[in-house]
Design a protein around this ligand. Sequence first.
Ligand code: R5P
Length: 224
Amino acid sequence: MDAITKAKKAAGEKAAALVQPGMLVGLGTGSTAYWAIEKIGQMVKEGLNIQAVATSIASEKQALALGIPITSFSEIQQLDLDIDGADEISEEGQLIKGGGGSLLREKIVALASRHRVIVGDERKYVKTLGKFPLPIEVVPFGWELVFKTLQALQGHPTLRTKDDQPYITDNSNYIIDCSFGVIREPEQLHQQLKTLTGVVETGLFLNLKPTVIIAYENGDVKTI
Ligand SMILES: O=C[C@H](O)[C@H](O)[C@H](O)COP(=O)(O)O
């Protein structure tokens, strides 16, 4: 296992240790949240009694294979703890998410959780957001019009593709990745993008006050 994978595993497992018996837990998506889900699966096998809501079909499959009981918002209203990764984590705890395409469900789950834990390796921790392209989930109908507007807003948009076809999210939408440069006013940008008809959600996760767990290649793990 390389040093970055080790760091992701360390961060994910440290977050999993915060899960207590009886909790309703949000399961994030991506290569870091993966390790938290693995650890929670192990804890469930050892007798931990929890229920979880997954933020993607992939994470739900992983959880079910591990025997983690899955519930949904038709059964519950609020979660106790959400553990998820991020693509960028600013010093103020503001986030860019959606590199793996799961931003919409991730945001729904994060907003439904009383506590949020974000796990990442040291490469994710930045002074200011904006180096990682900002994912924006859009409905497929008329996406070209949103794309043109994003061009006009200097977002340098790119339609995300997979196998030369538009990438399709778990919600049957498309993703447009944008580069606005350094994002000095994330709330303003998020609001501006949300008002565009056809935009479903942006990857800016703001003011969620997460506990941040950063793991370093040298083996250190810091909770911020
Ligand atoms: O859509 C994907 C999510 O926002 C992920 O949590 C994010 O991309 C981080 O993923 P990873 O831990 O694989 O870098």
